[in-house]
Design a protein. Structure first.
Length: 115
């Protein structure tokens, strides 16, 4: 599947609703700046990592703006899912994002020996 994030711009999938396209166009002028701030928070928290709610609170931003920037940073390989989860403001578990050097190693799918 192609990434909806191209050239560092906010994206949307091919069959996304019109509202998704409008939001991407609206946020585009400031997305790079917000993305840089989000990355800075993830870098600052180090191995402890942060969920989207924590990043948004630290930056004084809407969590929806932050989650989109986290997705973009992840698609670019600049941050990684630590495999850990924390409870966010909604009461749901959120991925703890870290720099790639703090993420667990990616293990290829094991192939059964009898294949």
């Amino acid at each position: 599947m192609d990434s909806p994030y191209r050239d560092g711009l906010p994206g949307y999938y091919q069959h996304a609703p019109e509202t998704s396209r409008e939001v991407a166009a609206h946020i585009a002028p400031v997305a790079n700046s917000i993305r840089a701030h989000v990355f800075s928070v993830i870098k600052d928290v180090g191995e402890a990592g942060a969920i989207g709610d924590e990043v948004a609170q630290r930056l004084g931003l809407n969590v929806y703006q932050v989650r989109s920037r986290l997705s973009e940073l992840h698609a670019d390989g600049k941050i990684a899912d630590s495999g850990r989860r924390r409870i966010g403001a909604s009461g749901r578990r959120g991925a703890v994002w870290v720099l790639p050097e703090y993420a667990p190693p990616v293990v290829a799918d094991e192939v059964p020996a009898n294949v």
